[in-house]
Design a binder for this molecule. Structure first.
Ligand SMILES: Nc1ncnc2c1ncn2[C@@H]1O[C@H](COP(=O)(O)OP(=O)(O)OP(=O)(O)O)[C@@H](O)[C@H]1O
Ligand SMILES: [Mg+2]
Length: 347
């Protein structure tokens, strides 16, 4: 049973000015998050990611569809029962949202106090959390005395304090530099692996998805336009918007500008072949080309690693008889993905 499941969930906000249409922030989204997933949601600004998060943790009601959290239909619950649902979900934010007038220790203790834990239990839990996030020496510091990465580690400790089963991270690394981003993502990986917490990561950076997520959903204008295992979406994105996101991190696919340069430098047809792990057909591709009497040259390429699985792209300039090239590419296309961009599409 999925830990979070959304069925045709929508959220419409009233029109901003009378006469305008309502704003459909989330539009019939259907997705399932399994226990233990690190589920990434990626999309450009305004795609509806944060709204989706507020629906999952019941901060706002959906205007359509049903949302199950841990088997409970939260769209049918009264406010009093929603508090319990929310206590099972931790949340971290881009701007950390720490209390600046409280120490690190008091920030982490805050949700435990609200939940009515005893002083001794709070003391023990906070000590444990500080050790887990590597900030035992900062218990008495104030947020302003911490770096961005340290602040987010406090945010993570606070979010985990009451032992939620789900952690929602909305652009949690967007305010951090790349090195610090990776440290925080490593910590989130440990949260997932060592504590079994299901994590939903909202981001506009594909790099974050590549580093940490196991599943991904791509959002555009309120809709989920593509979703699946990170490896599948990264190695063969189906939708143009997904292809643009994937193109920002995947190695080996020439950009339109690079393709134009390749065309200038190399005679013949420029063809990109995409290989996935498990393909044992790379050698056969070259044998097929040689057997057809075609002359070819490798002009671009790269291999990607997604959580230990590889996929790659090779771009070739192929010269020879046009019909022979067509026939050979058709044969090759039965085993690996073949992309040949016409001159116009390349621009
Ligand atoms: N409370 C609200 N009232 C009216 N419209 C809203 C409200 N919250 C969000 N919206 C609109 O819903 C759409 C989705 O917003 P949302 O904040 O979910 O996007 P996002 O994907 O999180 O963007 P970003 O990457 O910039 O954070 C936007 O058009 C936004 O203007
Ligand atoms: Mg947002």
């Amino acid at each position: 049973m999925p830990i979070v499941s959304l069925a045709t969930v929508s959220k419409a906000y009233p029109a901003r000015t009378p006469g305008d249409g309502e704003v459909i922030a989330v539009d019939e989204v259907t997705l399932e998050i399994e226990k233990g997933d690190v589920f990434g949601i990626i999309g450009y600004s305004g795609a509806g990611k944060s709204t989706l998060v507020r629906l999952i943790n019941a901060l706002e009601p959906a205007t359509g569809g049903t949302i199950h959290v841990d088997g409970v239909d939260i769209t049918a619950l009264p406010e009093s029962a929603l508090r319990k649902v929310r206590s099972g979900i931790g949340m971290i934010f881009q701007q950390f949202n720490l209390f600046s007038s409280r120490t690190v220790k008091a920030n982490i203790a805050y949700p435990l106090k609200l939940a009515g834990w005893s002083k001794a239990d709070i003391e023990e839990r906070v000590t444990e959390l500080l050790a887990f996030v590597g900030l035992s020496d900062k218990a008495k510091a104030y947020p302003e005395q911490l770096s961005g990465g340290q602040k987010q580690r406090v945010g993570i400790a606070r979010a985990l304090a009451t032992k939620p089963a789900i952690l929602l991270a909305d652009e949690a690394t967007s305010a951090l530099d790349p090195q610090t981003t990776h440290e925080v993502l490593d910590l989130l990986k440990r949260v997932n692996r060592e504590q079994g917490v299901t994590i939903v990561v909202i981001t506009h950076e594909m790099d974050v998805i590549q580093t940490i997520a196991t599943k991904v959903a791509v959002m555009e204008r309120g809709r989920v336009i593509e979703q699946g295992d990170v490896f599948d979406v990264f190695s063969a994105p189906q939708n143009p918007a997904s292809q643009r996101f994937v193109g920002t991190v995947v190695k080996g696919v020439p950009s339109p500008a690079e393709l134009a340069v390749l065309r200038e430098r190399h005679a013949g047809r420029i063809v990109t072949l995409s290989f996935r792990d498990g393909d044992s057909s790379q050698a056969q591709v070259f044998l097929d080309l040689a057997a057809a009497g075609l002359d070819f040259e490798l002009v671009y390429g790269g291999i990607n690693d997604i959580r230990g699985r590889a996929f790659g792209h090779l771009t070739l300039a192929i010269r020879g008889d046009g019909a022979a090239i067509d026939r050979t590419l058709a044969t090759i296309g039965e085993r690996v993905e073949v992309t040949e961009l016409a001159g116009e599409e390349a621009r």
